[in-house]
Every structure is written in C-alpha cells, then in structure tokens.
Design a protein around this ligand. Structure first.
Ligand code: DMJ
Length: 575
C-alpha cells in the first residue's frame, strides 16, 4: 500500500496489483475524469431536486438539507401573505384572498389579523411590517366598541397575542432593547372587559361578552351551555397577566373554572364537551378530543409547565386524562394498524365513532411535551424521573403523529381535510388499550389510503396548525429529522395549492382531493399566527426559543414559564 499525491492531491489508498500497472499520469487522468463525472452527476441531481421542489433542496438530499433556506422560504410565505392583507384589507378583521377584499367582525374592526400576527413578525424579525402593525394598534385599535365577541377566541388570539408581543419585545434581542408598554396596556384594557364573562352563577365563563358594556352573554345555542374547551382555555393568558401586573384577579377567575370542571368528577379524566355557566355541570355525555374538547387537555399540561412544575394538580389531571384517552378512545385502523383517537358520541360505555378532527393533531406534540417537559428525549431519559410509562407516551406520540401526517399524505393535494374517518380495525370498535402496530401490518401509502375516508362535507382545509405544531414539538423533543421532512413536504403542498397568483396571498380550500382545489376565499388569522410560525420554528435552530423556557398558548403565542406568586387555590375533591 502506498499513498501517492499528484500536485499535492492525495490519491485514494489502493493496493497495487499486476492489472494496475498504468502510469501515474494515466491513473491521475482517470481519477480527474471520475471526479468530473461525479461532480456533473451531483449537480444534475441537485438541479432535478430543485426543479421538483422550487424552494430549497428536496427531502431526498437529506445530507445536504439547507434548513436555513427552508426557514427563509417560510418567512417569504408570511411576507407574501401579509403584503396581500396589507394591500387589500388593511385594518380589517378578515381577508378574502380570491376576491382581494377585507371584511369586519365589528363596525370599526378589532384587529383580529393584526394582533394575531404581531409575535410571528417578531419571531421572524420582520421589523417594517411590525412597526406598521404596532402603529395601527396604538392609533386605531379600541376595544371600547358596541360589539359582542367570543370569550375564548378573544382570550387566545387577542389577549394571547398582546401578551406574547409584550414578552417577546424584551426577550428577542433584535426586536427591541426595552419592553414596549403599548401591548401590555391594551392587554389590561381587554382583560378587564373579559372579566365580565366570569360573572356567571357558577363561575364558568359565558360564551361571549359585550365589549363596551362589559357584560357576559350566555350562548344562544346549545341550551346556553359553554363549550368545555373554550371555558378551560383561558388560564395561561389570565395567569400570565396576573403575574405581570401583580393583580391576582385574572388568575383567580380563570383558575376557578378548573375546580368547577373537576368537581364534576369526569370518569377517567375525560370531560364531556358542554358545560352550563349557571350550574357548572356538564350538559352532555359526548366526549371527543376534537372541536369543543381539544384544548381542555392541552391546557392541563401547559398550566403545569407554565408555573415551572409548581402546580402538580394539573400534571395529575393530565396523567389521568392520558390514561383515559388510551383506555377509551385510541383504536387502530384495519389495514395499516395506524393508531387514532376516535370519539364517544354517547360517552364512556357507548360505541366509538371512527372519526378524528384535524384539531386532534395538537395531541402528539402535547403528549411528547408532557413526557419530557420540553427537554430533548436524550436529556429527559437521563433524568431520575424518567420511566417506562414516559417511554410509552413517546411511542404513543410518535404513532399519533404518523396518523396526523397520514391525513396529509393520502389526499390528492397533500393537504389534510378538516375531518378524517377511518376504516377501524375492530367491527365492534372497542378501544384497544396499549394497541401497537402489528409487525405484519402494511405500512405503505397505498394501504394507508384504504384506511382514511374523506367525506365531501369534511374535505375542506382551513390552513390549520395542529399537525405542524406537533411536528415542531416532536422534532425539538425527539431530534428525529423525519418530522422536519414531513413539515417541508407539507409546506410544499401549501405553496403549490393554497398560494393564489398575482400577490393575492394564501387561501383556505374547499376540497383537498380536487386538483386544482377550489379556493375558499378566506385566509385564516391562525395561518399567520400559528401555521407559519410553527413551520418557521420547525426549520430554525433548536436553541431559538428553547422549548423548556416557554409555553405556547393554543394560538401559538409565546408565553414564558415562571415561578408563580400565588399558590393554586384549590384541591381536588377526589383522586
Ligand atoms: C386556533 O384558534 C387554536 O389552535 C384553537 O385551539 C383551535 N382552533 C384554531 C386553529 O385550528
């Protein structure tokens, strides 16, 4: 063996053999020629990938992935969406991209899109549009309007957006060097109006409030009941506001809701989806993790994390619910044995309905977050409280993540429908505790396609964030780049099918299985607040907004974890 070098370039180590008696010159020519062919082939492959995937490299070139490039592609999508809104609908609450018009939800507008987008612009360091948004907020936004608003939506989008902007304005170095008082001032004004919602006989918030009259309004539907998810998804915002202002009123009002709900003693931690503000009692037995149920569960684990583990009560409730979910709701598909979260329209003991809203897809991320507390799996596994149960939770999160990704993968556009139905494994649809994919199960796209059913009425796509939110959490926690790759594919589908030409921006769709899909003429504010933010963070370095320091509200607004100034004021009446 000999190491040779021509012009200083070492040749590969090669054993001499009689058949290799070429001169040094011919050997080096062969090497250069081989190198040239290699380079040309590589460039050709790269060119083809870029053709297939107009933005950045393809998922095939995993060794060469330029994540920063992908991150910037998401930032551009935000900029284009924002520019379209600013040009055609500035100051309006809604934007209709196909008709390039805005519309209001109150006579003078409440800034639904602008306030929901503030912190995404901070996260993406978009200083100019942020300055415009701030100016509008400062000069034109008043909550003193003769207008009813939904308590939950106003809390998560408006209050959450303002509080996140307040927090990030002093915690992201490039946004500002000092806290900007405008966001907190508006937040306090709004929260003082929202307090009216809690003036019900039980303390369960009314579905709506009247802004200028500061009066709670009972729901006009559902026999006056409030949605359980809505009543129980206000706590992170109200608690952080109390922490900032040293005024515990917001905290106490929001926290009382949790004790009232818990006093119903829901079996196995699974709460029915309606609760009456007069009685504080559930008014139905229907249970689901989708609409009207979803964020009750999300805020259990996040309330525990927000106060840095001080309020153990929420971790206990989360654990109980997680066991209940596995015992009563999780079952598997027939062909690929995918695990999914079914519904119980008649409550525990009744038949399972093999239906899963896209809204359920917040769950895999929340499960992983609950298992590690936001640490990477590697770090969490080295901690003394790691357990086989937590390992199982991570597996459950992985399995459900795959099912949520499948909702995208099986459609013609590569985008998820609002609701998927499943070919369920068991005829009697009994849940299968601890069910796992059989090794014999077919795990190919064609077999997946036999497991998902998309009904025409459920085939719309509202640019929802749940799946990419979970992909982001799963990537940060497991460090498995598969989740980033799925996110990139998803982003490619949004680019291909939801981006309207001529600077119109991005639209919701009517049918994910039609090519080209008809546009629904609506750009949701959570497209800007959540979907694009999580996508951007998925492709960002993991030490950017570290998961163990913050907690995202259900609208992806960024709130800090802190040590509470107050103790949780209630104890469970049962265990
Ligand atoms: C958002 O407003 C929030 O994520 C909420 O919890 C559920 N609905 C939308 C997005 O899907």
């Amino acid at each position: 063996m000999a190491v040779k070098a021509i012009n200083g370039i070492p040749l590969p180590l090669r054993r001499k053999s009689p058949s290799h008696k070429k001169s040094i010159v011919s050997q080096s020519l062969t090497s250069y020629f081989g190198l040239l062919v290699g380079v040309v082939a590589f460039l050709w492959a790269l060119f083809s990938f870029v053709q297939d995937y107009p933005i950045g490299f393809s998922h095939h070139a995993s060794g060469l992935v330029d994540w920063d490039h992908r991150r910037l592609a998401v930032r551009r999508a935000f900029e284009e969406s924002w520019k379209a809104y600013a040009e055609h609908a500035w100051g309006n609450d809604r934007y209709h991209p196909a008709s390039q018009k805005g519309s209001q939800m109150s006579p003078s507008g409440l800034g639904w899109i602008i306030v929901d987008s503030l912190d995404t612009m901070m996260v993406m360091n978009l200083t100019e549009p942020l300055a415009e948004a701030r100016k509008w907020l400062h000069r034109s936004l008043s909550y003193d309007q003769d207008q009813d608003v939904n308590t939950f939506e106003t809390t998560i989008r408006m209050l959450g957006g303002l509080l996140s902007a307040h927090y990030l304005s002093s915690h992201l170095p490039f946004v500002s060097s000092r806290r900007d008082a405008v966001y907190l001032t508006k937040a306090i004004d709004l929260a003082d109006r929202l307090l009216a919602a809690y003036e019900s006989r039980s303390g369960i918030p009314y579905a709506s409030i009247h802004l200028s009259r500061k009066k709670g309004i009972v729901s006009h539907a559902d026999g006056g009941a409030s949605s359980t998810a809505e009543a129980s998804t206000v706590q992170l915002e109200m608690k952080y506001l109390s922490h900032l202002t040293n005024n515990d009123t917001y905290w106490r009002k929001a926290e009382t809701v949790m004790s009232i709900l818990d006093a119903n003693r829901a079996k196995d931690g699974l709460v029915p989806i309606f609760v009456h503000p007069d009685t504080g009692k559930f008014t139905t037995s229907e249970i689901r993790l989708g609409s009207r149920g979803d964020s009750y569960y999300e805020y259990l684990i996040k309330q525990y994390l927000q106060t840095s583990g001080d309020e153990r009560i929420y971790y206990t409730m989360w654990q109980e619910a997680l066991v209940g979910i596995q015992k009563h709701l999780i079952t598997t598909t027939k062909n690929s044995q995918l695990r999914f979260v079914a519904e119980l329209p008649q409550g525990i003991g009744g038949p399972l309905s093999p239906k899963m809203d896209h809204l359920v897809c917040f769950l895999p991320g929340s499960i992983a977050l609950g298992a590690t507390g936001g640490y990477t799996l590697t770090k969490a596994r080295s901690l003394p409280d790691w357990s086989p149960e937590k390992e199982q939770e991570i597996q459950l999160a992985r399995d459900l993540m795959k099912t949520c990704w499948g909702m995208y993968a099986v459609t013609a556009t590569g985008l998820a429908p609002e609701i998927a139905w499943f070919n369920a494994e068991k005829k009697d649809l009994q849940p299968e505790p601890g069910s796992r994919q059989r090794s014999s199960a077919k795990d190919s796209l064609s077999s997946w396609k036999n497991d998902y059913i998309v009904k025409p009425l459920d085939a719309h796509n509202l640019q929802r964030p749940g799946t990419v939110e979970s992909l982001f959490m799963m990537w940060r926690i497991t460090e498995d780049s598969l989740y980033r790759e799925w996110g990139w594919k998803m982003f490619g589908s949004f680019e291909k099918h939801t981006k309207l030409g001529q600077g119109k921006g991005y639209s919701s769709l009517d049918d994910v299985n039609q090519i080209p899909p008809p546009a629904r003429d609506s750009m949701e504010s959570f497209w800007l607040a959540e979907t694009l933010k999580y996508m951007y963070l998925l492709f960002s370095p993991s030490d950017y907004l570290p998961l163990e320091d913050i907690v995202f509200n259900t609208e992806a607004h960024v709130l800090p974890r802190f040590k509470p100034k107050w103790r949780t004021g209630w104890e469970r009446s049962h265990n």
